[in-house]
Design a protein around this ligand. Structure first.
Ligand code: FES
Length: 517
């Protein structure tokens, strides 16, 4: 008996059951859900819904909330919550995160490829003579097999899981290089890939034992070239700096410091699914720490979240008429938006907080001005929880606000732990560089309002963009930048935040939209 899948375009797939896995994972491995921003078993996104044509399994409480009685009665279930057992299901048309590709120059010839391999997103640049000619961003194709680092590492714990994950990313990199070769008429002569240690180990097929459980340790520390396989040149891997502070941070430091313009002490906060932080005290001394932020900032795992791309809302403005959405840059806005990015969520939460429609603890409130009352009139319930209704069928449920609050608490905790270790206060920082998923589009006012940054620090904060990609592009085309990156490990002291017995208490103190030093 197999798993028989009927697809929306009239196709039929026969898949091998794997009862030790979820049905969603089996479908992901068939690549039918390539590019779908699944929350991977959290039961939040609803993007893994399938309709059983064979008898449906008993539903879970999450499904009752997410799908409702009518859909349950029709046989709809969330495939991430059921085992991969013989069955016949219908799979609706996948809701994919769109790839965003920008052509910047018509230059032709041999090229270098720089890749920022994030847990949730993949960013890349094709460079000719050191200048980008095409840049792209898309969902990491592995995301459907685990939405954050630890669940991805759990898949990578077996040789079979590692192979599946590695194949997904290698196939995509090979594809990007082949498309660039066709477009430029040249060959890929150099490649550099920067990712956190977990993504780097998975790319290279290295068992991630030292990353999956304490005591954490790096069995491979980067800073060399590694073969990836046919169709790709060997990959330059910048140094990994600590068990959860990776080559993406080495590349980020290249972007900020290599040209000699950095002012010390500065904080580099790379806010992706894994938050990686560097407090650079001088060119010779840097403290690093990491903290899991989860995929919320990248728009994944939130009820109406999506990675940045066409048809998404990336922010909001408050007008006398109420909330006005800001659409993804370059979005032709042909139709209504279908989702919000992490910055869209932050922007909305900051507006609600300023208007008193949200309190510091993350609860909805009535607001005190006529405009606030107009916003508060949108408060309703969704799937049994308080929510703010937006236009176009989008909502901000309380559980999504809690995810944002957890990210804020983790960010705040890492920042204050590094400053305490160095004996500095926020006012002693010359600069803060915000990088990663939020690095280009987030509003610094919003970060201050929500308590990510202490009051006043926004003025010394730089939206640094994707420093990992910028630095990777530099070191794949400039051997002196590469040499600089390789000096970084000797300057690093790593803090293990989770080893602190007070970690839980400190985290809970920061579960408010107020900065705590
Ligand atoms: S992957 Fe099943 S609800 Fe998100």
């Amino acid at each position: 008996m197999s798993i028989l899948i009927h697809t929306a375009d009239g196709g039929c797939l026969n898949l091998e059951p794997r009862p030790e896995e979820s049905l969603a994972r089996t479908i992901v491995l068939s690549r039918l859900w390539h590019g779908v921003p699944l929350c991977s078993g959290l039961g939040k996104c609803g993007l893994c819904r399938v309709r059983f044509l064979s008898p449906a399994p008993a539903h879970t409480p999450e499904e009752a909330r997410k799908l409702g009685p009518e859909a349950l009665a029709q046989g709809w279930r969330l495939a991430c919550l059921h085992p991969s057992e013989p069955c016949e299901v219908e799979v609706p048309a996948p809701v994919r995160s769109a790839r965003a590709v920008r052509d910047l120059s018509p230059a032709r010839g041999d090229f270098s490829l720089a890749v920022d391999l994030g847990t949730t997103s993949l960013h890349w640049a094709v460079l000719i003579d050191g200048k980008p000619v095409t840049m792209g961003q898309e969902l990491n194709p592995q995301a459907g097999l685990g939405s954050e680092v630890m669940s991805r590492l759990a898949v990578a714990a077996t040789a079979e899981g590692r192979l599946a994950l590695r194949t997904l990313i290698l196939d995509r990199l090979t594809d990007i290089a082949a498309t660039a070769a066709r477009d430029t008429g040249g060959s890929c002569l150099a490649l550099a890939v920067s990712g956190n240690p977990a993504m780097t180990y998975i790319l290279l097929g290295i068992p991630p034992d030292g990353l999956a459980a304490a005591p954490y340790a790096l069995s491979y520390a980067g800073g060399d070239e590694q073969p990836l396989g046919a169709g790709l040149p060997p990959a330059n891997i910048p140094p990994l700096l600590a068990p959860f502070v990776g080559a993406d941070i080495s590349a980020g430091l290249v972007a900020i410091e290599y040209d000699g313009a950095a002012r010390y002490p500065f904080l580099l906060a790379d806010m992706g699914t894994n938050g990686e932080f560097v407090l650079a005290l001088s060119p010779k001394r840097r403290l690093v720490a990491s903290v899991p932020l989860g995929p919320a900032l990248e728009g994944v795992g939130l009820s109406f979240g999506r990675t940045a791309g066409p048809s998404t809302i990336t922010g909001f403005r408050l007008t006398p008429q109420g909330l006005a959405p800001v659409r993804f840059e370059g979005d032709a806005a042909q139709g209504p938006p279908t989702a919000m990015t992490g910055t869209g969520y932050l922007s909305l939460a900051a507006i609600l907080l300023r208007q008193g429609v949200l309190d510091r603890a993350g609860h909805f409130g009535p607001g005190s001005t006529p405009l606030a009352a107009r916003l508060a009139a949108r408060l309703t319930t969704l799937e049994g929880e308080p929510a703010l209704a937006l236009d176009d069928g989008l909502f901000l449920p309380a559980s999504d606000l809690e995810e944002i609050l957890k990210v804020k608490a983790a960010f705040n905790l890492a920042m204050s732990a590094l400053l305490t270790e160095a004996g500095l206060s926020p006012s002693g920082l010359a600069a803060v560089h915000i990088a990663g998923a939020l690095g280009e589009h987030v509003s610094l006012d919003d970060l201050e309002t929500l308590g990510f940054l202490p009051p006043g620090l926004g003025a010394r904060t730089i939206k640094a963009g994707n420093t990992s990609l910028k630095g990777t592009a530099k070191l794949v085309t400039d051997s002196r930048a590469l040499a600089f990156a390789r000096t970084l490990p000797d300057t690093i002291t790593a803090l293990d935040l989770t080893a602190d017995p007070a970690f839980g208490d400190r985290f809970m103190q920061r579960m408010r939209f107020t900065h705590v030093d």
